[in-house]
Design a protein around this ligand. Structure first.
Ligand code: KG4
Ligand code: ZN
Length: 332
């Protein structure tokens, strides 16, 4: 079964053709980073307009790179939630038009579910159940994945997402958007224990990142107010360590207490080098299996949408032409 998948939830216009959920025949990602970098973040109105311009060539390219055309496609899948509403609407409406014109089933896919599914592409042996950390620009969730389409959020951030605080602190440090990747690079060579920020204590498996974000921003401003140079590498390393510590300690406590031995990372923040390194150490010590997407599948792409769509299709999920985009939607 070949699925044509479309993803436009934020600032990447992406399309892919995926066979039986695990084999990627093509994957095209048109990034808008250059458009947004001068503003230091994604400008939603610009993102929607660029999606409108890019969607036709990106889908055409995905079909031709897969050596196929619509006649050979069995279903159309699209990210319908959560994300920037104007961006999502471009993909949803285009997918509805394609499905209607080609008389194909339409499969709506939850963005965070697709981030988890990036791991099915990279790790053919991975099957649920497992415990997953999904950390992106808008979300930080700890999820028990019971089956491909059955999952439950057992912990989440109470305020900012991990990717969001990486981006904000990076911006205060004068690093370019998207800040997470630049802060990760800047932290190399920094001293992560020059000093530390107090870690928040949260109930259950919930997390909080806004306190350490504010502490870091105030600290950086204090250097500037005193007219001293900001120790960028140290600040990046200290802040990265704090975020990674909150994520890994909460995730590993959940795994211990709830008896999970298979741990999965997903979402843009799963590209963070320190998060990958620290979680690998924890899992080796505990005797747990750890799965992480390769770097090219951590960020937004449509291959992961095609992967999740296959399992949604098998479980009977279909959308009608009344499908609408939603800015927020729980994963479970
Ligand atoms: O999943 P994603 O591509 O888009 C959303 O669904 O939000 O995640 C984007 C987020 C951004 O906040 C970005 O700064 C962060 O992932 N990110 C990173 C790294 N690479 C991307 N954060 C920390 N370290 C990285 N290496
Ligand atoms: Zn994402």
């Amino acid at each position: 079964m070949k699925i044509l998948a479309i993803e436009t939830s934020c600032d990447e216009t992406a399309a892919a053709v995926v066979k039986e959920g695990r084999e990627v025949l093509s994957s095209v990602v048109a990034s808008q980073v250059k458009e947004h970098v001068i503003y230091g973040g994604v400008v939603p109105e610009i993102a929607s307009r660029r999606h409108t311009e890019a969607i036709v060539p990106v889908v055409d390219q995905a079909l031709s790179a897969a050596g196929t055309d619509l006649h050979d496609i069995d279903a159309v899948a699209v990210t319908h939630a959560p994300g920037l509403i104007g961006s999502l609407l471009v993909g949803v409406n285009y997918a509805k038009g394609l499905a209607f014109a080609a008389n194909l089933p339409l499969i709506p896919v939850h963005h965070l579910r697709s981030h988890i599914a990036a791991n099915y592409i990279a790790h053919k042996e991975l099957t649920p159940p497992f415990l997953c950390l999904v950390a992106s620009g808008g979300h930080s969730h700890i999820i028990e994945v019971a089956d491909y389409t059955k999952m439950q959020t057992i912990g989440r951030t109470r305020d900012d997402a991990a990717g969001e605080v990486f981006d904000k602190v990076a911006r205060t440090l004068g690093l370019d958007y998207p800040g997470g990747v630049h802060l990760d690079a800047a932290a190399k060579g920094g001293d992560p224990v020059a000093f530390t920020f107090a870690r928040p204590k949260m109930p259950g498996y919930d997390m909080s990142f806004s306190g350490i974000k504010t502490a870091a921003i105030n600290y950086i401003h204090n250097f500037k107010q005193r007219g001293e140079p900001v120790p960028v590498a140290d600040m990046a390393a200290i802040f990265r360590e704090a975020v990674v510590d909150i994520l890994t300690s909460t995730l590993s406590r959940a795994a211990f207490e709830r008896g999970h031995k298979t741990i999965v990372l997903a979402g843009g923040v799963s590209a963070n080098s320190r998060l990958r390194e620290k979680m690998a150490e924890i899992c080796t010590d505990a005797g747990w299996r750890l799965y992480m997407p390769p770097l090219e599948l951590c960020g937004d792409n449509a291959a992961m949408v095609g992967a999740q769509a296959y399992y949604e299709y098998l479980s009977g999920v279909r959308a009608g032409l009344d499908l609408n985009a939603k800015a927020t939607l729980p994963i479970d």
